[in-house]
Write a protein that binds this ligand. Structure first.
Ligand code: NAD
Ligand code: FE2
Length: 383
C-alpha cells in the first residue's frame, strides 16, 4: 500500500502569479532571499496582488543560499511577532526551504532542530498558517515536495527535513519569475530537475503515479533546457523548465531518490560543486552502474527516440556539454590531492546517505568509491 502526496493546488503557466488573488488569508509573511526577486519587481507584484484581495503583508528578507539554522530561527521569531495566517516562500529554493522550516518552529515553538531532523516526525501543521510556494529557479521542485534542506554551518552538515507536513498547500509555477536566472544557474538547476526525474523513475518506491511525471519531465528537459540556457528571455522555454522541475519534485517527493543524490550531497558539502552540476557529472556513470539491476532506463531512452540505457547515458552527456557543464570533477577544478585525501570519507558518507536506501542497486563501499573515481577522472563505469 502506498500514498501519493502533492500540493492541494498548483497554479501554472506564464502569468499564474495573478492567481495569488484567489488565495485566502488576512496577513502574510513573505520570505525572500537576496536582491533578484526585488529588482525583478516580483516582490512588489506579490505584495500588490495580496493587497488587492485584502491581505496585508510583511517581508522577511536575507535568506542566504543553502540557508542556515540561524536564519531559520531568526525567521521563526519574526513569524511569532507578526502572527501571519499565510506564509509565502518566494524566490530560489533556499528562500522557500527556509520558510518551510520557519513554519514548523512558528507552529511548534518548543521543538528543537534535532527533533525535527528525524524523517516524518513533524507534527501536523496548519493550525496557525497555510503555505504558498512561488519558485524563481527551475530545479529542486521544492514547491511540490515534503523536503526542506537546512545547513548547520557549525557542523558543516546539511539537514534534509523530510515530512509531507511541509509540502506546500499551494504552488505557483510561473516561468516569468525565472527570466532573470543567469545561464549557469539555468544549466545547473535544470540538470538537478533531470536527476530527480531519472532517480525517481528507477527508485524502489517508484509507482505508476511517479513514473508518468518523471518520464514526461525528462522529455521536457531534453527539449527545453538547451533553449532556456541559450536564450533566457525565451519564456516558452522558461515555463516548460519550470513545469518540468515541479513534475520532478512531485515524482521524487513520493518515490525518493538514489545514489546520484547520495554522492552529490558529499561533493557539494566537501568541494562546493553546485548541486545540479555534481548531479550532471555523476548521472551517466550511476545509470551505467544501476542498469545491471534495472532495465527501466530503456523506457527513458525510448522517450528520446533511443534504445538502451547506454544510449540514455550518452544523451545526458551530450545535454550536459550543450549547457556548458564539465564532464568530470577534475576538469571542474577539484584539487586531485584534496580529492585523494577525502575520497574515503565521502564514500562512507554517501553510503550512509538516506537516498542510498531507495537506489535500485545496493552498492558496496568499494563500488561507490570506484564510481567516484570514474567521475573524477572522466572514466566510464563498466561494472
Ligand atoms: N527542498 C527540496 O526539495 C530540495 C531538493 C534539492 C535541493 N534543495 C536545496 O535547495 C538549495 C538550492 O536551491 P536553488 O538551486 O533553487 O538555488 P538558491 O535558492 O540557493 O539560489 C541560488 C542563487 O540564485 C539566485 N536566484 C534565485 N532565483 C533567481 C532568479 N530568478 N534570477 C536571478 N537569480 C536568482 C539566488 O538569490 C541565489 O543567489 C540548496 O540548499 C539545496 O540543498 C532542496
Ligand atoms: Fe537535487
Amino acid at each position: 500500500m502506498s500514498s501519493f502526496i502533492v500540493p492541494r493546488k498548483i497554479y501554472h503557466g506564464l502569468g499564474s502569479l495573478e492567481n495569488l488573488k484567489e488565495v485566502e488569508g488576512n496577513k502574510a509573511v513573505i520570505v525572500i532571499g537576496g536582491g533578484s526577486i526585488k529588482s525583478s519587481g516580483f516582490l512588489d507584484k506579490t505584495i500588490n496582488l495580496l493587497k488587492e484581495t485584502g491581505i496585508t503583508s510583511t517581508v522577511f528578507e536575507g535568506v542566504e543560499p543553502d540557508p542556515s539554522v540561524e536564519t531559520v530561527m531568526k525567521g521563526a521569531e519574526f513569524l511569532k511577532h507578526e502572527k501571519p495566517d499565510l506564509i509565502i516562500g518566494l524566490g530560489g529554493c533556499s528562500a522557500i526551504d527556509a520558510a518551510k522550516a520557519m513554519w514548523v518552529f512558528y507552529e511548534y515553538p518548543e521543538v528543537t532542530f534535532e527533533e525535527i531532523v528525524r524523517p516524518f516526525t513533524i507534527k501536523p501543521l496548519r493550525n496557525k498558517a497555510h503555505f504558498v510556494a512561488i519558485p524563481s529557479t527551475s530545479g529542486t521542485g521544492t514547491e511540490a515536495t515534503g523536503v526542506s534542506v537546512i545547513t548547520d554551518r557549525s557542523k558543516g552538515t546539511k539537514y534534509p527535513l523530510v515530512s509531507y507536513e511541509i509540502c506546500p498547500d499551494i504552488a505557483i509555477v510561473d516561468g516569468n519569475l525565472c527570466q532573470s536566472m543567469p545561464p549557469n544557474i539555468t544549466a545547473n538547476t535544470g540538470m538537478d530537475a533531470l536527476s530527480h526525474d531519472v532517480e525517481a523513475f528507477v527508485a524502489d518506491l517508484a509507482s505508476p503515479y511517479t513514473d508518468a511525471l518523471s518520464i514526461d519531465s525528462v522529455r521536457i528537459v531534453f527539449d527545453y533546457l538547451p533553449r532556456a540556457f541559450k536564450d533566457g528571455n525565451n519564456l516558452e522555454a522558461r515555463q516548460a523548465m519550470h513545469d518540468a522541475s515541479c513534475l520532478g519534485g512531485m515524482a521524487f517527493s513520493n518515490a525518493i531518490l538514489g545514489i546520484i543524490h547520495s554522492m552529490a550531497h558529499q561533493i557539494g558539502g566537501m568541494f562546493s560543486v553546485p548541486h545540479g552540476c555534481a548531479n550532471a557529472i555523476l548521472m551517466p556513470n550511476v545509470i551505467r552502474f544501476n542498469s545491471r539491476s534495472t532495465d527501466k532506463y530503456r523506457l527513458l531512452a525510448q522517450a528520446l527516440g533511443k534504445e538502451t540505457a547506454e544510449d540514455f547515458a550518452k544523451e545526458i552527456e551530450n545535454l550536459r556539454q550543450s549547457v556548458g557543464i564539465k564532464s568530470n570533477f577534475k576538469e571542474y577544478g577539484v584539487d586531485p590531492e584534496v580529492w585523494k585525501e577525502k575520497l574515503d570519507a565521502i564514500t562512507q558518507n554517501a553510503m550512509e546517505d538516506p537516498c542510498t536506501g531507495t537506489n535500485p542497486r545496493q552498492p558496496t563501499l568499494e563500488e561507490i568509491k570506484r564510481i567516484f573515481e570514474s567521475c573524477f577522472s572522466g572514466g566510464v563505469v563498466d561494472f
